[in-house]
Design a protein around this ligand. Sequence first.
Ligand SMILES: [Zn+2]
Length: 864
Amino acid sequence: MTSRSLLLVACLCASTFSNAQKKGKKAPQVQPPLAVADTVKPKKPATPPGITDKVKSSRKNEGLFTIFQDTATGSVQLYVRKEQLGKEYIYQSFSINGPNALFLNQSMHRSNFVFTIKKSFDRLELSRVNTNFYYDSTNAVSKSKDADKPEAIVLSEKVAAEDSSGYLIAADGLFLSEKMDPVKPAAQPSFFSMPSFNLGSLNPMKSRYAAVRSFPNNTDVVVDLAYDNPMAFVSGGPDITDARYVRVRMQHSLMEMPQNDFTPRSDDPRVGYFTQTVNDQTSIKATPYKDMINRWYLKKKDPTAAVSEPVEPIVFWIENTTPKEYRQVIMEAGLKWNAAFEKAGFKNAVEMKIMPDTATWDPADIRYNVIRWVASASPSYGAIGPSFVNPRTGQILGADITVEWASGSGTPNIAELLTAEKPKAAFENHIKAIPESHTANCAIAGELQAQMVSASTALEAMDASPAEIGDMHQQFLTYLIMHEMGHTLGLNHNMKASQMWSPKEINNKELTRKYGLIGSVMDYPAVNVSADRKKQGDYYTTLAGPYDEWAIQYGYASFAAGNEEEGLKKILSRSTDPKLVFGNDGDDMRSPGKAIDPRVNVNDLSSDAMAYAEERFKLVNNLMPKLVAKYSKPGQSYQELRVRYNALQNQRFNMIAAISRYVGGVYVDRSFPDQQSKNKPFTPVSLAQQKRAISLLNKYVFAPSAFAADAPVFAYLQLQRRGFNQPATGEDFKVTGIMLNQQLNGALAHIFHPLTLQRMTNTRMYGNQYSVAAMMQDVTAGIFAADLKGNVNVYRQNLQTAYVQGLKGIVEDRMSYDDIAKAAAFHTLRKIKNQLATAVSTNEETKAHRASLMFQIDKALEIK
Ligand SMILES: [Zn+2]
């Protein structure tokens, strides 16, 4: 899907060659350059060698495309039948084994496009087809459908031999190359960027074929592409044996365009599917979209039955790499999707099978959908659920799920969750927060493992039994597998689904076992741990929620001919039901400054995320003093303690993010006018809620005692020495860096982001009652008031300095902040100066701190 959007970036460079090359037929009759021997002694050309001659030392792989592989050299030739010329086929590439750092891990789904093969003079040309547009053929402008869409010729190869039914071409240049998939990422030269791990150049001499499989509907060619990089400056991770020599295993799959009565289903903004983006170039609508959702081809065995088994179910194989103790849970998790399909009219739509150890089929064979486990050296995800599709229709043709051992089993073996380095001080450094984009891949790994480790830490610190922790893990695994399967069914994320229950309802198992803990398994919620063990409900959701059932209904319900539009409209009319709320990655507020609706977020929970967050702060503060005793284990170092401490800090960070997004927030309603929602499309968050957010941050994040509970832990936060691995910055834990990271990157980066401040001012015109100046007054009180009459502790000194520097940055900024924000910052600095002038400092440290603040404010206020 990302590669499709790249296609849209059409090159506008005028080319004098383009007309001559258009479609080949207009090209002048230029003879191809003659070989030297021919020019010396012109003679009647010899009869070209027959195909039999050319393939006599080859093994024949017959199937969709017949491939001849030389048994001595391994070299491959492709036989294209005449009736295949001009037809559309689907290409999909997969990485099977390669550096994780370059996302070439096992079963990453990569290039996906439609291609055709055409004959041009004595050559065969393989070209990509642009599937981004639709033209109504009854409209005359459709005759121009090829205009301004330059062809993409992937390969042009001279016909080596032909017979009455087809042509033979050499195909090493196609398969032992990057022509169809740019395996090596394009270098992004930047003067400032650090050198990163890099494959170097493809060496065809060291590349080879690993397998050729041809079936009636698909041909798979597995290749080992060898890369040499004699000047490897960066050695890569421990998975890289020698950075100078890396061989990447890739699979090229050529597939027949499905011949069936699958009908594309249109996309809708109120429900979250992955899509194929198509523009209707002959439409006069404001939204000329003919986007299609990605979905499997499910057809009822009995079309007249309300609920019927499908002709072909969606079959998943649990690969034999899956730990035996988890197989049953995974099996049951997958089958739980069937409840959602029943609401869409299908019984037993999903089948789960276990791959026996004696199986002779290869899980990389695209005809099998597998759930597999890996234990990578440096996992780049926790779990992913990619699928591949027919770009013409959105029909899902296959899918795989990969679970990383560390995430799936929730081990407390996790990289540092929070940077210990002092974050950049001025707010404007956060302007460039990059929104994460999601395709069918799911980065749930890190987030989920962090949640799981936090939860097990909390439970252990509260003396939960191993059986209780085991139950939690089982719920976690069920949720994880259901989430990834949801992706393979076409669903994208729903980061609003965790809003379904109130903080009181969330621990009511009667509700959560019936409807789910959250509205959809497609969210990344905070793990539900109750501070009161007696009230503990479900930790994770373990069934398809109301949104999931509804979304599956939208994507898979079948309708009698002519009734689809009305039927879908009826399903969509329910989008205003609070249990069906939806917001995907484009809407979520995970990064500072990104998106606008605070209810669409990761790592939050309940319809009152602020109340939930306050409970979580209290829980973390209660658990901190217990950590040292709990994780001072005989026979092991303090490294686990450090991981557990970071996990709890991470919980704080998530809660800070959840709360801060209410400041300047706007609730979004995507329903259409005919649904008569009570809400307008945009409703600013109320004054009371915004002030509540600031007061929670003041209390739990900015206050002089905010991190008091952590004090007993600091002196124990030691990593285990391994060789000479002590960090260059020293092995002591960077306590103040962690605090400032919470305060600055967690809270202030968002509420002082230029987009947030701009929005606060813009929304004043339609309901927002909280001005930027008033908000700054409230934050200033939280950051300065408590210790004005006395000395300032270390992390308050850092916070106050960073805050003044941030305000100074706004006053001096010439690019991003509007004048209203600048005025408010100017005014705030003046007030801080007045307050500091009367502050009481008795120790030298506080005197130095305040003198420095006064100096910086004076400098800022001089700016005209
Ligand atoms: Zn996901």
